[in-house]
Design a protein around this ligand. Structure first.
Ligand code: SAH
Length: 338
C-alpha cells in the first residue's frame, strides 16, 4: 500500500540506486500483470477544431495560427481500413472538442468500423453529454479516453478556464456506467504542479480503477499563453509511470508520443518502467503536421506503415513481442464481456 507520503518521497527521490530499484519493481509488476506483449493502437487524429481554450494546448480555439482540418467519415473509414491492412486490431479516434461531429455521426462511424472492419474502437473526443456517450457506446464503441489532466482543482481551473473539474470526473463516471473500458490520465510537469498534486493524481488513478492510463510530459507550445514555460522532465514522467504501474497493477499504459517528443529514447524508457502499449500515429500525412497539441511532435513525416514497423522494432529491441489480440481491458469486470 503506497500512502501519499510515500509517493511524494519517491517522486522527490534523488538517489540513483533507489530510483533504479523503483523502475525495476515497476517493470516486474508490468511483466507479471500485463505480460511481455506490447499492444499497438492506431491513432487517427480526425479533426483539430476545438471549442475549448485550454492554456497548454496548441489546438485551443484562440490559436489563430493553427491550420484547421476535418476528415470526413469516408476518409476516416478508409484510413481505418488501411490500419487494419497493416495488422492493427484497434483504432483510437481522437479530435479536439468539435461539435461538427454529432454523436449520431460518430455512432454511425463506429458502427461501420465494428461491423465492416471488426476493429476494437476507442473514442477520445472530450466532454459530451450522457446521451451522446450513450449513443456512441450503443453503436459499439469499446473504449473511451478522457484524461482528467490534473486532480488539483485550482490548477485545473487556471489551465482549462472554460471547463469544470467536477464535470470531467462526472464524464468518467458516466463512461464507466455505460460499460466503456475507461482510460484517463494526466500531464506531468504542468506549470504550478506540485509533487503532492502528482501524488494525488496517482492515487486517483488507483481509486478510479481505470482500464487505461495515459500520461506524458507537459510540452510548452509557443502559440499558447504557456509559451516559454519549462517542459515537464523525463525523469518525473518515468517516476510517475513506475509508481502508477505499481499501484494500479494491470492497467494498460501507453508510452506516449509526448514522451518520445521530449526525449528521442523516451518511449523506450517508459516501456522499461511500466508501460505496455504504443500508439503509432496513423493520421494521414497531410493532416499530421496540423495536429500540434504541442510543438515538434515526432512521427510527422513517416508513413503509417513506417510507424508500425518502428513500433515493432522498438518492442523487439526491448525483448518484447507485439500482441496479436485486440488488447481489451485486463480488469476482471471486463474479462466477463463476450
Ligand atoms: N479533446 C480531447 C483530446 C485532447 S488531446 C480531450 O479533451 O480529451 C489529448 C491529450 O493531449 C490531452 O488530454 C492532454 O493531456 C495532452 N496535451 C495537450 N496539450 C499538451 C501539451 N502542451 N503538452 C503535453 N500534452 C498535451
Amino acid at each position: 500500500m503506497y500512502t501519499k507520503r510515500r509517493i511524494v518521497e519517491l517522486l522527490k527521490e534523488t538517489d540513483e540506486a533507489a530510483i533504479r530499484d523503483l523502475f525495476r519493481h515497476a517493470d516486474e509488476v508490468r511483466k507479471e500483470f500485463a505480460g511481455d506483449a506490447v499492444h499497438l493502437r492506431g491513432l487517427i487524429e480526425f479533426s483539430n477544431y476545438c471549442r475549448r481554450d485550454c492554456l497548454y494546448c496548441g489546438l485551443r480555439r484562440s490559436n489563430g495560427k493553427a491550420v484547421r482540418y476535418r476528415m470526413e467519415v469516408p476518409e476516416i473509414l478508409a484510413q481505418a481500413a488501411y490500419a487494419k491492412s497493416l495488422g492493427f486490431h484497434t483504432v483510437v479516434l481522437q479530435s479536439g472538442e468539435d461539435p461538427y461531429y454529432t454523436a449520431k455521426v460518430l455512432g454511425s462511424l463506429v458502427r461501420r468500423l465494428k461491423e465492416d472492419l471488426g476493429l476494437a474502437v476507442t473514442v477520445s473526443v472530450g466532454e459530451r453529454t450522457y446521451e451522446e456517450y450513450k449513443t456512441i457506446r450503443e453503436a459499439g464503441a469499446d473504449r473511451y479516453l478522457l484524461r482528467f489532466e490534473t486532480t488539483d482543482p485550482v490548477l485545473f481551473k487556471a489551465l482549462k478556464p472554460d471547463s469544470h473539474h467536477a464535470k470531467r470526473f462526472l464524464c468518467l463516471d458516466w463512461l464507466r456506467k455505460l460499460g466503456y473500458q475507461v482510460g484517463s490520465g494526466n500531464m506531468v510537469g504542468l506549470p504550478g504542479q506540485s509533487m503532492e498534486s502528482l501524488a494525488d493524481d496517482i492515487l486517483k488513478f488507483q481509486e478510479l480503477d481505470l482500464d487505461m492510463i495515459g500520461l506524458g510530459p507537459f510540452i510548452s507550445h509557443p502559440d499558447t499563453p504557456l509559451a516559454g514555460c519549462a517542459n515537464g522532465s523525463m525523469n518525473m514522467v518515468l517516476k510517475v509511470t513506475a509508481i502508477t504501474r505499481i499501484v494500479t497493477r494491470n492497467a494498460h499504459m501507453p508510452a506516449t508520443t509526448a514522451s518520445g517528443t521530449l526525449d528521442p529514447e523516451g518511449r523506450q524508457k517508459v516501456l522499461r518502467c511500466g508501460a505496455n502499449v504504443l500508439m503509432p500515429n496513423l493520421t494521414p500525412r497531410q493532416y499530421r503536421e496540423h495536429y500540434l497539441i504541442y510543438p515538434d511532435k515526432i512521427c510527422i513525416e513517416e508513413e503509417p506503415a513506417q510507424c508500425r514497423s518502428d513500433a515493432e522494432n522498438m518492442a523487439a529491441a526491448l525483448g518484447r513481442t507485439i500482441a496479436a489480440d485486440a488488447g481489451h481491458s485486463l480488469k476482471m469486470a471486463h474479462l466477463q464481456q463476450p
